[in-house]
Structures are given as C-alpha cells and as structure tokens.
Design a protein around this ligand. Structure first.
Ligand code: ADP
Ligand code: MG
Length: 247
C-alpha cells in the first residue's frame, strides 16, 4: 500500500491504495498525460472551470487509469465532474457512431443516485460536458424507460442516469440489459448503501457482468458500515479522502 498526501488550497487530500497515480495540477496536465478528447476540454473551458478541485486532481487520473475508486469529499467540491469527465473520455465515441467491434452492444455507463432531483442535476452536467457530439445520455424516468422498451433503441444508449428503483423496474420487466456496462458510479453512496436502497443497488451492480467493469463510489461522508460494503464491491480500489476525515 502506498499513501500520498498533498495540500491544494484549503483542502487536505489523502489517497491510499496500490499504485495510486499522481494527482494533476491542472486540466491541461490531464490532457497532456491522458490524451483527453479536445471536445471534452473545450466543453470544460466553456463551463469556466479553471483549476481542478482536490477530488478532481486526485480522482480523475485514478478513473482515467481504469481503477476502482472510493471518493469521500465534502458537498460542493465537484464530485460530479470527477466521474463524468473520465467516464466520457473512456467511452471514447458514441456507440451509435462507433465502427469498431470491441464496444459490444447496450449501455456502457451507469450512474446511480438516490433521488430523481439529483439524477436530473447529474444529467444536466453530463449534457454540458458531452456537447457537440452525438452521445445518447438518458435520464431514466417512466417516459424514457418506455421508449427504451425497443431494444434497437436502448442498444444505442451510451449513458444511463437513474435512481435504483427505476432501474429495478426496467430490469424486472426484461427491458434492460446491463451486461455491456463498463463504468458504474454510485453517487451519494452513503445513501445508496443504506438499508433503504442497498438491496436494489446490489442487484443492479450484480447485473453488470462485464469482466472489465470499473466501479466508483462518491460521497460526502461514508459511515464505517457503508464503507465496508463499498470496499467489498470494488476491485483493488484507491480510497481518496478530502477534508477533515483522515486516518
Ligand atoms: P459535489 O457533488 O461534490 O457536492 P458538485 O459536483 O455538485 O459538487 O459541484 C459543485 C459546484 O461546483 C457546481 O456548481 C459545479 O459546477 C462547480 N464546479 C465543479 N468543478 C469545478 C471546478 N473545477 N472549478 C469551479 N467550479 C467547479
Ligand atoms: Mg454530488
């Protein structure tokens, strides 16, 4: 196990895990190191973000290196972009446009959040980042779920953002396959791994059977019990903690 600690303004960040990648100082460094798509960077610049926050500086390289991540960082520190940027980068191209043969068919990224409002916010941020390319990014609702009853339509979806309950309903109706999911993110993981949602979340995660699936959990706080469950789901994870909580 390696531990690295760095101090970005007003944030103390600790990263623990095997071979945790170096944090970046800037978004440009990220681009140089990982060859990020230029559209992602220009969309980021359009948002007016100048410097990565602590969780972004550490978390984005970890996810771009296809590692599993448990990220604990206070509310308002930019956790959403920390997972959206690497996910969109690793998806590479919209599945409907992709001519290669290693992308399989069906949704490749799944973001789960405990409430519909939160899922809606994530969807908006994802649309901003994904501008100017023909991604199909679906906020799962009764209405969108009904359009996805057609398998030909749902096979062309790149990203689904949903609550666990809505996902379960579609899975149980036989209207959703998750075997091509390569990235699964649990946002507000403290709630997602609480008794209210745990069973559904575990069923959704278990349905993501692709051998290369990358998993990440994000939360402002992660009580010991939830953290134990989270770490049990992750493979050789890196745990990044921003702020006061430290070990
Ligand atoms: P969290 O999920 O950690 O509570 P959010 O992802 O909702 O935080 O981000 C909080 C706010 O910070 C949002 O308005 C977002 O647009 C903004 N933000 C995110 N990253 C940056 C950045 N690097 N620079 C400036 N603002 C940012
Ligand atoms: Mg958040």
């Amino acid at each position: 196990q390696q531990a690295s600690t760095s101090t970005v303004p007003r944030q103390r960040v600790t990263a623990k895990g095997n071979n945790a990648p170096r944090p970046v100082e800037s978004f440009e460094e990220l681009s140089a190191r990982y060859n990020l798509q230029s559209k992602l960077l220009s969309n980021l610049a359009d948002s007016g973000y100048k410097y990565p926050t602590g969780i972004q500086a550490h978390g984005i390289p970890i996810l771009l290196e296809k590692r599993d991540l448990a990220a604990i960082s206070p509310t308002g520190t930019g956790k959403t972009l920390t997972y959206l940027l690497p996910t969109m980068s690793l998806l590479d191209a919209p599945i409907a446009k992709y001519s290669g043969n290693d992308m399989g068919s069906g949704v490749r990224a799944l973001i789960l959040a405990p409430t519909r409002e939160l899922a809606h916010q994530i969807h908006n941020e994802c649309l901003k980042l994904a501008q100017k390319r023909k991604w199909r990014i679906v906020l799962f609702s009764k209405a969108t779920a009904s359009t996805l009853v057609d398998k030909a339509v749902r096979d062309k979806v790149d990203v689904i953002i949903s609550t666990p309950l809505r996902m379960m309903a579609a899975m149980q109706a036989g209207n959703l396959e998750l075997d091509n999911v390569r990235h699964i993110i649990l946002d507000e993981a403290d709630r997602m791994l609480d008794s209210e949602f745990l069973e559904q979340v575990q069923e959704v995660v278990a349905a993501c059977t692709h051998p290369d699936v990358q998993k990440a959990v994000f939360s402002a706080t992660l009580p010991a019990n939830a953290e134990k469950i989270a770490l049990g789901m992750l493979r050789d994870p890196i745990r990044v903690v921003v702020g006061l909580k430290d070990t």
